[in-house]
Design a protein around this ligand. Structure first.
Ligand code: PHB
Length: 394
């Protein structure tokens, strides 16, 4: 029999200390509810794993309204993006079309801000643990794990939040769940480069050689991506080869040239759409990537995680304040309404801008016609702008 070194009682145990888990913990704290946050990774690993960098209007509001407001001074407000195809850029004016903007602010910074805030508020955060086991989520949740010194610990709670990312163990505890999948026959090659910005806003480009995205980070560091084969090996790509590919995909009659510099980091990003429903089973509730994954086109992943966290914290407050677990039953439908909109949006932007292997000449002309229609029609452009900046909660 294993000895348990410590046993802790809390209201909510949160498995996964990325942005979704930390935001749930932060919102519960503001509502006067204790939680314990567990994560296999160290905070340092999470903080240095580069992810997307766009926050929707309501994600920024949620952060700023709850005191996590560094985004307002350190982030960059973007009032639009460029769609680039057939060698020319077309601006989509979010501000003019919808009155909303988005913010360029990397996920690593969102994590660091939430982590600092929870730490300041005295949260019980346990990173770098292993062998996490979640038991009895129907009636009396209990989570056990091993700390860095090899000792076992136990936490009992009223509820468990599974915010343990795309390789979630919590999601497997939802009996009878339906899983929706879509695989894409391509991936993204992501680079972090040391160079000045090449454009004031994000450029989403469709080219004969496939998709490319120009994003930014700071005055001297930029983030860029290009569509690649899922089996591509980052080590096969010299700096020169990366730049030649990007320049070629952005080239056009307006003479656009990217500003080059050393490639600091290169990674191939997986590309798939996934949803698991329901997002709740007994006293277990899933949030963020544990329940759904979107392809990175449109940067919806973090925004969905934060939207889940907000809905989830409200649901938990209602359930625990009134001692009425039936309030938990509404979580899945509320969260999934937004998740499916974002699934469609990411899929739509992806298919409109990527080259599908084996696409016919008809498919390519149809794709170009769709892009022309979106940029030429205020209704088409507004549809894109509303999705990109995030649909307000009804
Ligand atoms: C990023 O800046 O990393 C980024 C921005 C927009 C996307 C994806 C990634 O759609």
């Amino acid at each position: 029999m294993t000895t348990i070194a410590t046993s802790t009682r809390t209201r909510v145990v949160i498995v996964g200390g990325g942005p979704a888990g930390l935001m749930v913990s932060h919102l519960l704290h503001l509502a006067g509810l204790d939680s314990v946050v567990l994560d296999n990774r160290t905070a340092r690993t999470i903080e240095t794993t580069h992810r997307a960098g766009i926050l929707e209007r309501d994600s920024v509001r949620l952060l700023a309204d709850t005191g996590v407001d560094r985004v307002l001074t350190a982030g960059h407000r973007h009032a639009g993006i460029s769609l680039r195809f057939a060698g020319l850029s077309h601006r989509i004016d979010f501000e003019g079309l919808t009155g909303a903007s988005c913010w360029l602010y990397p996920q690593t910074d969102v994590f660091a801000d939430l982590h600092r805030t929870r730490h300041r508020d005295g949260a019980d955060l346990r990173y770098g643990i292993s062998a996490t086991e979640v038991h009895d989520v129907r009636d009396a949740p209990r989570v056990r794990y091993t700390d860095g010194e090899g000792r076992r610990h136990e936490i009992t709670a009223d509820l468990v939040v599974g915010a343990d990312g795309s390789r979630s163990v919590c999601r497997d505890l939802v009996d009878g769940a339906t899983r929706y999948f879509r695989e894409y026959p391509f991936a993204w090659f992501g680079v972090l480069v040391e160079a000045p910005p090449s454009a004031p806003e994000l450029v989403y480009a469709r080219s004969e050689r496939g998709f490319a995205l120009i994003s930014q980070r700071t005055a001297s560091i930029q983030r860029m991506y290009f569509q690649c084969d899922p089996g591509e090996d980052p080590q096969d790509w010299s700096d020169d080869r990366v730049w030649a590919e990007l320049q070629c995909r952005l080239a056009g009659e307006d003479g656009l040239r990217l500003r080059e510099g050393p490639v600091l980091e290169r990674t191939v990003l997986p590309f798939r759409s996934f949803v698991q429903a329901p997002m709740r089973h007994g006293r277990l509730l899933l949030a963020g990537d544990a329940a759904h994954t979107v392809p990175p086109t449109g940067a919806k992943g973090l925004n969905l995680a934060l939207a889940d966290a907000r809905i989830l914290a409200e649901t938990i407050e209602a359930a625990l304040a009134g001692d009425d677990l039936s309030a938990l039953a509404r979580y899945t439908d509320r969260a999934l309404a937004r998740v499916w909109k974002a699934q469609h949006f990411s899929y739509w932007l992806t298919t409109m801008l990527h080259r599908t292997p084996g696409a016919s000449a008809f498919d390519e002309q149809r794709q170009l016609a769709e892009l022309h229609t979106v940029v030429a029609s205020p209704s088409g452009a507004r549809y894109l702008a509303e999705g990109y900046t995030g649909w307000p909660e009804p």
